[in-house]
Design a protein around this ligand. Structure first.
Ligand code: SAM
Length: 327
């Protein structure tokens, strides 16, 4: 499936819920938000139908995200259901890690190998301040558990925030020296109407790389051979077991190679993270559209995926909260 800009679209991120068991200051700052009623969420059967319709168009990879995807009942069955669809090669997960230790064995048995865990600090007190919950030790032990179970790659996502966690940069990098973790630094993005973002808040990749090299010496660039490497540029500290990744949507945008689509918990398709134009999928499904009909509908919709704000030289931004998109 190609869009009108020639990009090959093979990757769908499915947000399973807008609920989260953490309330990170920069992601979920509006604590008075209303949540979607359960009947508004796509059912697991409906998600399966959307993925089947997309797989006819060449979809190969699905990421389950949220809110917190591990809050959604039936997630392990959903993984098995998605792996049973012809053409789906990978089902992976982005989680805050709080419930991951409880579900890791079942997810591994269902076929998940690739897991991304969001963690913005290695300091338990700071974790409580940033997330509103005292769950640091559960997240750390889940990271060790997934490594021991054989998940690979295990990626940790950290949004670097000036005045919040940028002083921990060296400690994050030290984790990659001792553990087989890909630790990815993500630039802070203007997402959600309550996000107090200014360009000055962004701790850029260039600044981070310079600080890391000043302490650890020149980084070796690593060129991933796997099929599914995304927008991260990867590096290694000499002799380290793990890798460092930089994801730089603000300072070095990657709109021209963007191969992803996003499905919101209530069944709307977002063609670009930074465009609030969404296409309702649930309506047609609940009015009886079948898999073949849905597939032709999606083909036309995806063809018109926007190029992206940075490539179009527009200001990036989006009104929907990140907890309802899933990153
Ligand atoms: N609950 C899951 C988790 O924590 O990984 C999935 C959803 S969460 C919204 C996905 C990722 O988005 C997290 O890594 C979070 O740090 C990141 N995120 C949230 N707001 C962001 C922002 N404004 N800029 C960059 N990343 C953001």
């Amino acid at each position: 499936m190609r869009d009108r800009h020639g990009r090959k679209i093979e990757y769908l991120r499915v947000s399973l819920t807008d609920r989260c068991n953490l309330a990170c200051t920069y992601c979920n700052p509006d604590r008075n938000f209303s949540l979607l009623p359960h009947e508004e969420l796509l059912t697991l059967e409906e998600i399966g139908l959307v993925v089947r319709a997309f797989s006819r168009l060449g979809l190969k990879k699905v990421r389950l995200t949220g809110g917190e995807p591990l809050l959604r009942k039936g997630i392990v069955d959903l993984v098995a259901r998605l792996y049973a669809i012809e053409g789906i090669e990978e089902v992976c997960l982005t989680t805050n890690g709080v419930l991951l230790g409880d579900h890791a064995d079942a997810l591994f048995r269902a076929g998940v190998r690739h897991v991304n865990i969001s963690l913005d600090t290695l300091n338990p007190e700071r974790f409580k301040e940033v997330t509103g919950r005292d769950e640091f030790h559960r997240v750390i032990s889940a990271i060790h558990k997934v490594i021991d179970l054989g998940f690979s790659p295990v990626k940790v996502n950290t949004v670097l925030l000036k005045g919040v966690n940028a002083d921990e940069l060296h400690s994050f990098v030290e984790m990659t020296i001792t553990h087989p973790i890909e630790w990815r630094f993500i630039e802070f993005m203007p997402i959600g109407t309550h996000c107090r973002w200014t360009e000055g808040d962004v701790f850029t990749t260039d600044e981070a790389k310079e600080r890391i090299e000043a302490r650890f010496g020149p980084l070796e660039e690593v060129y991933p051979r796997g099929k599914w490497h995304g927008p991260a540029r990867l590096f290694r500290v000499k002799g380290a077991r793990g890798l460092i990744g930089f994801i730089s949507p603000i300072s070095h945008h990657f709109c021209d190679t963007c191969n992803r689509l996003r499905l919101t918990p209530e069944g709307r398709l977002r063609l670009c993270l930074f465009s609030d134009k969404e296409i309702d999928i649930k309506g047609p499904i609940r009015s009886g559209m079948d898999e073949a009909g849905l597939s032709s509908f999606l083909k036309e919709v995806v063809y018109n995926k926007p190029l992206g704000p940075m490539a179009e030289e527009r200001e990036p931004g989006c009104n929907r909260a990140m907890r309802a998109i899933g990153g």
